[in-house]
Design a protein around this ligand. Structure first.
Ligand code: T3D
Length: 258
């Protein structure tokens, strides 16, 4: 059988490809658990500086595989806690930047996955649908947390209630992605972007991700305190010394050491 996740590393970029193209990469348990495990491995691998999650074929991820739901021996709550929730936590907690490279339609939990990246890059033919209400379910896998923070409560509610399809230009306008690239150049543009990120100071980016994630759920006072703590960890790291030395020597800093 075909592996449900394809994995390859190039120039410090680990690309994890959802690989059920004939189902628009709809997620079964094997795909969810394998992706989560691959993220854990990427986090532990010093050769990996950036992780890309993308889809094979014309879809990114059509959400839960609806062929797998009936006859399941888990409740919805148990299933979410065992599969989707650990995946989204793994992405948000990863010590390296995660790019979600949305090559096509992202629906349901696939939309949540698309939104969960630190950087979201979309192909021109990408789209996002909070499709859950079409099958009378509640948005899950973090959509209720991500989407209102991006577009506000009211737009989020409308997108969820009517399950409208957001195309790439609207996705960019609404802040659901950082960049849109033409389909024919998408894979190359994603790799080039990821390599640019991989050349940045990894320790500083890890701490930046921690600081932002903390700040999203806290007060200014607490965020200021956490910044002061994390700044110590950044300032004590060799990357900081290299950055300052490079500035004084009027050269580009070298943040990648074997
Ligand atoms: O614990 C729990 O289980 C709860 C968790 C819930 C999380 C969720 O994600 S709930 C939402 C589940 N997803 C959906 O409801 C989406 C269903 N799919 C669609 O609405 C459409 O396929 C799309 C809008 C995503 C794309 O439409 P289109 O016209 O581009 O493609 P298509 O023809 O509908 O799909 C192509 C094939 O993929 C087709 O198979 P076929 O006819 O060629 O053999 C279709 O059945 C299959 N497919 C698409 N989505 C799913 C799927 N098969 C299984 N599960 C899917 N989600």
């Amino acid at each position: 059988a075909q592996p449900v996740i394809l994995a390859q590393t190039r120039a410090g970029v680990r690309t994890l490809t959802l690989n059920r193209p004939d189902r628009l990469n709809a997620a079964n348990d094997a795909l969810l658990l394998t992706l989560t495990e691959e993220l854990r491995l990427a986090d532990a691998d010093p050769a990996v500086r950036v992780v890309v999650i993308t889809g094979a074929g014309r879809g990114f991820c059509a959400g839960q595989d609806l062929g797998d739901v009936s006859g399941r021996d888990m409740t919805f709550t148990e299933h979410l806690r065992a599969t989707y929730n650990p995946l989204i936590r793994a992405i948000r907690g990863l010590s390296k930047p995660v790019i979600t490279a949305v090559n096509g339609v992202a629906a349901g939990a696939g939309a949540s996955l698309a939104l969960s990246g630190d950087i979201r890059l979309w192909a021109g033919s990408a789209s996002l649908i909070e499709v859950f209400s079409n099958i009378a379910l509640v948005p899950d896998s973090g959509s209720t947390w991500f989407l209102p923070r991006l577009v506000g409560y009211h737009r989020a509610f409308e997108l969820m209630a009517l399950a409208g399809r957001v195309g790439a230009q609207d996705g960019l306008r609404l802040g659901l992605c950082e960049h849109v690239y033409p389909d024919e150049r998408f894979a190359d543009e994603v790799q080039a972007y990821a390599e640019r990120l991989a050349a940045r100071p990894a320790n500083a980016l890890k701490l930046t991700k921690q600081a932002l994630n903390f700040a999203l759920t806290t007060t200014l006072d607490q965020a200021l305190d956490r910044e002061a703590e994390l700044q110590q960890l950044a300032g004590d790291h060799w990357e900081h010394e290299e950055g300052v030395r490079a500035f004084k020597e009027k050269r580009a800093p070298e943040f990648v050491r074997e």
